[in-house]
Design a protein around this ligand. Sequence first.
Ligand SMILES: [Fe+2]
Length: 273
Amino acid sequence: MSDTTVEQPHQLDAAESATVRLVQITDCHIFATAEDCLQGLNTRQSFAAVRDAVVNHQDGLDLLLATGDLSQDGSTASYAYLVQAFEGMGIATFWLPGNHDDSNALREHFTGKWIHASKHVLIGNWQIVLLDSTIKGEVCGRVSAAQLDFLQRALKSYPDRHALVCLHHQALDCGSEWLDRKGLKDSDQLRAQLAQYDNLRAVLWGHVHQESHHIIDGVEWMSTPSSCVQFKPGSKDFALSREAPGYRHLSLYADGRIETAVHRVDHGNSETS
Ligand SMILES: [Fe+2]
């Protein structure tokens, strides 16, 4: 990431022994106008259903993570809508860009009392690092040398804190050929670097619009459904799934354990699973 001014960690209040509770919302694909749809789905309506489910069903959240493709068109109007929606939740929110976002517009306009630009969060016995995996003008991603350096400095500065690392693109292939072609270039390099850190507990991403959860050598690797359309798992070519929009809840325990679940919503704003 070119902007190095946000590397100062953001400290959120919580006792060292506290369990950190957070929600990841990803791939909202909000348009400039309220009527626009993605693959026939109104993304503002599905996002609103996800947001309402979080507000109504998840008590005691410490923070929210918004992991890219927040906007479909990178428009100022889409970010203005998102600011209002996230500020209304009154929960500390941290974000990273996706390939559909305009990084400059996102940094300039997606800001508020509760929305923070910091990419290194300290809370309880944990740290959360948010990486920029986007390449301007491309759908696929890459974690640049500058981002790998940022990751290294962050994790080495706090070796005693458990670490959750977030990015937009998939750190592990999802098994859909068309989608993995649009994934992370040099993902081997990222995984090789991540393997060096004893304090790494989990890696979390969006982009693939589907749920996955693998535990490899004690580290949890997870993707999360979009708040709008879902892609069909295991599909060779582009295909949509009929699964509902969703989000992921995580509890990060002081001893490094993680509990997590994906929750889906329907368009009546009620939780379905
Ligand atoms: Fe997306």
